[in-house]
Design a protein around this ligand. Sequence first.
Ligand SMILES: C[S@@+](CC[C@H](N)C(=O)[O-])C[C@H]1O[C@@H](n2cnc3c(N)ncnc32)[C@H](O)[C@@H]1O
Length: 258
Amino acid sequence: MASRFAVLRPTFYALTLVAGLTAGAVYAQQEPRLDVIYVPTPQQVVDRMLQLADVKQGDYMIDFGCGDGRMVVTAAKRGARGYGVDINPQRIKEANENAKAAGVTDKVEFKIANLFEEDLSKADVMAMYLLTDINLRLRPKILDTMKPGSRIVSHAFDMGDWKPEVHENVDGRNVYFWIVPAKVNGTWQFDGPNKMKVTLDQKYQFFTGKAEMDGKSVDITDGKLTGADISFTINGQTYTGKVDGNTISGANWKATKA
Ligand SMILES: C[S@@+](CC[C@H](N)C(=O)[O-])C[C@H]1O[C@@H](n2cnc3c(N)ncnc32)[C@H](O)[C@@H]1O
């Protein structure tokens, strides 16, 4: 019995291998399931998007759903490093060819991958040409994992009630620009010329709040975050500072998260 199994085993393995290879070949020929179809961004729109996001040497730019890689290749020509992913192998082949033709292969990387499984946290700039519902699915990850001050540019599609810093029309195309705000929601203890307890209610880059000083509660107005830069007004006095995690520092004041 044992010897019969030993004879059959290689045949079984061979059949399994053939079946596996055949399935693989069929799978490889299958079109990948796209969440959004391929439509390239016109080059003059790419140029304006990267100009709006101020892409420059030292930046790391990502384009998820990178198509033929034009955003990433253009960013590399501006001196940045770039990373593009696309679920369609044909697009990644084209992106690598375009990087080679532009002489920027040392600055870029392209990968066949599903954009929803990729990490955003290392990017200084993110470019998108997807769809509003995909932008909205990515929005929590953008706000929660990208560094304050990271810049986002999108062709054609917005991010719902997250108001862009810039919305403009470029050759008939809508282009949007956002800056990831620091997180300041909650209660802070201010020390400096005015000692006060401040409670902030943040919505994206805007916030309102109340300051308790000398037993009185005063409204906070004009609350705005531009990345880690914060500004707001209390009793007609404007405060500006920088947020760094659980600390906000101004010229002559400091606030700590309570
Ligand atoms: C509208 S095109 C944008 C191409 C390029 N970013 C541009 O602006 O020229 C969208 C791209 O997303 C890719 N895509 C669709 N679903 C994807 C997914 N789940 N993960 C990664 N890429 C995807 C498509 O293959 C297509 O190349």
